[in-house]
Structures are given as C-alpha cells and as structure tokens.
Design a protein around this ligand. Structure first.
Ligand SMILES: [Zn+2]
Ligand SMILES: [Zn+2]
Length: 633
C-alpha cells in the first residue's frame, strides 16, 4: 500500500492522507470519500504511512493537473488566502484518453506543455492576411511586442481589436494558441462575431452562460488543440491550453476581473503571473487603463480620431433626474431619426422607498440595505439577497401612508418615457431585462437595426458594445460613483464617463450630456485620460495602490458580537506585527447582508511580503481575507 496527501477540490480543509495500491503522481485527479461522501481530490505527494487508519482512494480519474497548474494553484492559495483545494477548483485538468490508461506520461511531467519553444519578440508577418493595419497600429504592435507585459492604451474606436487580431495571426502562424480575456464576454456577442469572421472554427468562447454540454464539446476542442483562440471571461485563464503563445486581457481596468468570493483572485494580475510562468507575453488593453497598469507596465498611446472633437460635452447640475433638458434633448434626437442612450447606475424603478413623514427607509429584513421598487411585479426587492415582498402600503415605523420613491432606476425611466412619448421606441438594457444570451443578442440587433430609438441601461451599456448611430448619450448619477468611500472613486467615475461617451459618436458627431455637480473635476480630463492618471499618481503616492498594498479582512456572523470579537482578537495580534499599518476597522458600511453582521479591518503595507506575513500570523477562523480589494462596503 502507498500513501498520499490529497487536496480535496472546493473544500476549505487542509490536505488529507489517503492510501492506494497503485502509483499516483502529483496532480492526478482522484475520487475519495470523506464521511461517506464522494469527493474529488488532487494528489499532492507521496508520504509515509501515518499512525492513524486511512481510507483508500476509490479510483483514479485519468485526468491530471500539470506542474504549472499546480504551481499557479499553490500561488493562489498562499497569496489570496484560500485552501489549495479551493484554488485547484478553478483549474480544468488535462484529460488523459481512456484508451491509454496505461499512462504514457511519466510521473510529474505535464502532459501537454509546449515543445519547440520559440523565443518571443520575433515577428513573423503572416502572408496574405486580410487584416491591414495603419502605420500607427503597426508602430503600436512593434512596441508592445518588445515587452513581456505591455499596455495598449487606446481610445474607443482607435482600432485596438485589429492590433490584437494581427498578433493572434502571428501566434497562430507559429503553431501556438491565444488566450483572450474579456471582462463580460457574454455581454459582447459582437466580439465573437468579429473573431469568428476572421478566424473561423479556431475560435472558442468560454464563459458562464455556455451550457454544460457545449462546455464539454469546447473542452474537447481545447484538449485536441483544434481551438486556437480561446476567448473567455476570467475562468478561461484556468483552461488546459496547449502551447500557449500569448495572453491578452481586454478592458483591463474592469473590476469584474476581481472575484468577489473565495478564491478572491484578480484575473488580470493572475494573467500576468501565468504569463511569467508559461513564458509568454501578456498584453493589456483599455481606453481607460487602471492607474495600476499605467504605472507598472510600458504602454503605447493610441488616439482614436479626436475624442472631444466628435463629442460635445455639456453638464447639468443635477444628480439623477429626467429633467426638462434631458427629456427635450432625447426628444429632439429621436425627431431627427437619430438614436439616443441614457445611462442610469440603478436598475429597478427606484432604489429607495422613503416615508414622507418620518424619513424611514424600507430596508430588507436580512440586510441593512434599502429595498428597491420593481413596479412591474408590484414588489420591493433586495439586490443583495434577492428577498422580495409586496410593495408596502404604509410606513412600517409610523404607519404613515405616503411613501416616496428616491434614486431613479432604469425601469422607471423606461416607464416614464413610455407614458409621455408613446411613439418613442424604448429599450431597457439591464440585468432585469437582459437575463439571457438570446435576449441580449436580440436587443443589440434591434438597436443596431434602428428599431429602438432610445436605449436606457445600467453599467452594461458601457461594456464594449459597438453602437453605430448614437448621437446623444445622457449620463445620470455619476456623482453617486464619485462620492463612494473608495480610493478609486475618481478613477471609476471618470472611466465610466469616458467609456459611455465612447459608445456614441462613432460615425457622426454626438452630444454627451452629463448630470453632475462636479463639472470642474471631470471636464479637464475629457479626451485626456493620461492627464488624469498623472494627477492621480500624486494623489495616491505613499497612500494607496499601486504605491502601497491593501488588504481587507472581513468578519461575518449571525451574531454581531461574535463577528466583533473575532475582529478584536485579530486586531490585537495584528498590532504586534511589523511594517504594516491598520488603516481602519469597525462595522462595515453595509452592516448586515443575508442575516450576517459584518465587521472589517483595512490594512496597508509598502511590501507584499510584510502584508501576507502579518495576516498569516494573526488570522483566525472567521477572518475572510481580500487581498488587493476593489470593494469596500
Ligand atoms: Zn437582503
Ligand atoms: Zn414613517
């Protein structure tokens, strides 16, 4: 009998010891039992017979995690504070053919890593390509290819995608493969069409909306090497791609690259880690790059036409209201048979229901957040735990019968335009209206076929869609973003403004109307995002990333005192640590979510190693660690 330490997939437990009669090697996927449950596990190493009774491995599953996958998983586990089994759960192992059960590969040797390593940096022009780059684009590509990690800082409409695709051609010509990450790939069917038009069947799209049977088929294509361009959301990073030649992270500034549950990894940062591990170049792209990437990596600035010349910006002092000016601008645009877009950060009809008499907000019974009004279903819903109930007729505190709604949402704007302008064709673009891939494709098609005059939507509007004929973009609620208690609030608000404005004026000149009390902040940076980044550098120097490292430690428990005690206990231990700073601690901004009370500690250090060490030495069981956090509420 032989003994092995095995990490259980998706389990927070430390590795356990099991026995097996045959040889197993590191990375082998096996089936084991734990308290009568069948679980999957990954072999870590051979060990000595322990002095306790062990259960045998039920079976070997003939799949293996490569050495590099194992290494990356170990990194995730130690850097992002999760178990190895939780980190490994992210990865898809390399398959081994059933017929070759006699195992052709040797212990510890990855099945499918690149042979014929060519050094990067050499340009192979692809003959007879239909992709023609401008001289500026060629200059960009040549510069970007010189570095292991580089940033394409290109305005919307400046031709970033052609540059990506040209590089893809070159990688494919070398017999290698491309990993192409996009933050919300399921929201951007246009990119899929574009890639498939040029590269045909070699393109595989991988994201959460892909059905299970399709995933199986796609995985076969990836295993066989038939898939050459693997485009996907952050999970694509962990696919078993053979002979990787390039990783591209598009819209690298987007926060949806950061996982919001354990393992709380950042896909852009992991892409850079993987690039180093596999010795392949990593290209980041964005019209509004994060300060992080701008500071760390060499970039090429690609200007697209004249951003501020084709778009006329005006400001209105308001927070988020359909004012007369907003309404008349939209009506005038539609009258000219042109299209308009209206951005509102909130979905539903209204974000709050407030009592007119006592000012009481109707909160979710399980979370300390206001319930949003959904007129269509005559309900109020919690956007954190999905609890919903009928719209109350009176205040739950004082029984007063007048409840007023606040903070306009997309559904309400759609409703109001429908009431006042019955001839206007209005589309709703948010998570409530666009719940499936089909609905999304239909809506985008209808908009681009000009069957919709006005598209009203949330952040989804800004996600890399190509709208051809929008000549008016109206942006509401930007100050809500700017006033958030987040060191990146300025970056996020300005980037949002530029991304949404960039969806307009693709062919004709456009108007951009922004509601904000902070014109003085926004205006000088429009069309000059680099100027903002330079100013922001000074603001963050010595205080915030990328100049320092942050960690957020969260404590959640159904009893508030338990959560608080845990926080206090960890605080005491943290105070004994060197080279870290406790920036703040206490009740979280959102005190309760899904019946759990929430406390948190914010830590800062100038060195990653100091930060990780301090946390490792003081962490307790309830502490949930979020390294490089992007969320602070
Ligand atoms: Zn709730
Ligand atoms: Zn009241």
């Amino acid at each position: 009998m032989k003994y092995f330490t095995i990490s259980l997939l998706n389990s927070p437990l430390n590795p356990l010891t099991y026995c097996y009669e045959n040889e197993l090697s590191e990375g082998d996927l096996v089936e084991v039992t734990l308290r009568n449950r069948t679980l999957s596990g990954v072999v870590l190493e051979v060990c000595d017979a322990p002095d306790f009774k062990t259960t045998p491995v039920t079976q070997a599953l003939f799949q293996q995690y490569s050495q590099k996958q194992m290494k990356a998983a170990k990194f995730i586990s130690s850097y992002y504070f999760c178990s190895l089994g939780e980190a490994l759960q992210l990865f898809t192992p390399y398959g081994v053919n059933r017929e070759m059960e006699n195992r052709k590969w040797k212990m510890g040797e990855p099945l499918a890593q690149g042979k014929g390593e060519e050094r990067r940096g050499k340009r192979d022009e692809v003959k007879n390509s239909t992709l023609k780059l401008s001289s500026k684009q060629v200059e960009a590509l040549e510069l970007l290819q010189k570095y292991p990690v580089s940033l394409l800082f290109g305005d919307t409409g400046s031709g970033k995608t052609e540059i990506y695709m040209k590089w893809f051609e070159e990688v494919l010509a070398q017999g290698k493969r491309v990993l192409f990450l996009m933050p919300e790939i399921s929201l951007t069917p246009q990119m899929e069409i574009r890639l498939k038009e040029h590269f045909g069947e070699a393109v595989v799209m991988w994201h959460s909306k892909v059905t299970r049977p399709t995933k199986k088929k796609l995985l076969e294509k990836i295993h066989s090497g038939e898939a050459k361009i693997i485009a996907g959301a952050r999970s694509a990073l962990f696919l078993p791609v053979k002979d990787l030649g390039l990783i591209v992270v598009d819209e690298e500034h987007d926060d949806s690259y950061k996982a919001s549950s354990r393992p709380r990894y950042h896909a852009r940062d992991m892409a850079i880690y993987m690039g180093k591990l596999y010795d392949v170049p990593v290209l980041l792209g964005s019209a509004t790059p994060s300060l992080n990437s701008y500071v760390k990596y060499p970039h090429f600035r690609l200007k697209g036409g004249h951003f501020s010349a084709t778009r006329h910006f005006s400001f209105e002092k308001s927070r988020d209201a359909i004012t007369e000016r907003v309404e008349s601008s939209i009506v005038a645009t539609v009258a000219k048979e042109e299209q308009a877009m209206l951005f509102i950060p909130t979905r539903a009809n209204y974000k709050y229901l407030i009592c007119e008499a006592c000012g009481h907000t109707h909160e979710c019974p399980y979370c300390s957040v206001a319930m949003s009004l959904h007129r269509k279903s005559n309900a109020i819903k919690c956007h954190y735990c999905n609890f919903s109930e009928r719209v109350p007729q009176a205040c739950s505190k004082c029984q007063h019968e007048m409840l007023v709604s606040e903070r306009l949402g997309t559904a309400e704007a759609v409703y109001q335009f429908g009431e006042r302008h019955p001839d206007m064709r209005v589309g709703q673009f948010d998570r409530d209206a666009v719940s499936t891939q089909n609905k999304l494709k239909k809506l985008l098609k209808a908009f681009n076929n000009r069957e919709i005059d006005l598209l009203i939507g949330t952040q989804m509007l800004s996600k890399g869609h190509d709208y051809h004929d929008v000549t008016l973009a109206v942006i509401l609620g930007l100050d809500n973003q700017l006033n958030m208690g987040d060191y990146r609030a300025r970056e996020k608000a300005l980037s949002l403004l530029i991304q949404i404005a960039g969806r307009s004026g693709r062919k004709k000149e456009a108007e951009v109307l922004v509601q904000s009390y902070n014109q003085a902040f926004f205006e000088p940076y429009i069309g000059q995002y680099e100027k903002f980044l330079e100013d922001e550098k000074k603001f963050r120097q010595g205080l915030y990333p990328p100049y320092t490292k942050l960690a957020r430690i969260m404590f959640a428990h159904k009893y508030a005192n338990k959560a608080e005690e845990s926080m206090q206990e960890m605080l005491e231990r943290l105070r004994l640590q060197d080279n870290i700073e406790i920036v703040g601690y206490g009740v979280s901004q959102i005190e309760k979510i899904a019946s759990k009370y929430r406390y948190q500690i914010l830590l800062r250090a100038s060195k990653t190693t100091d930060l990780l060490k301090a946390i490792k030495q003081s962490k307790n069981a309830l502490a949930e660690v979020d390294i490089d956090p992007v969320e602070f509420s």
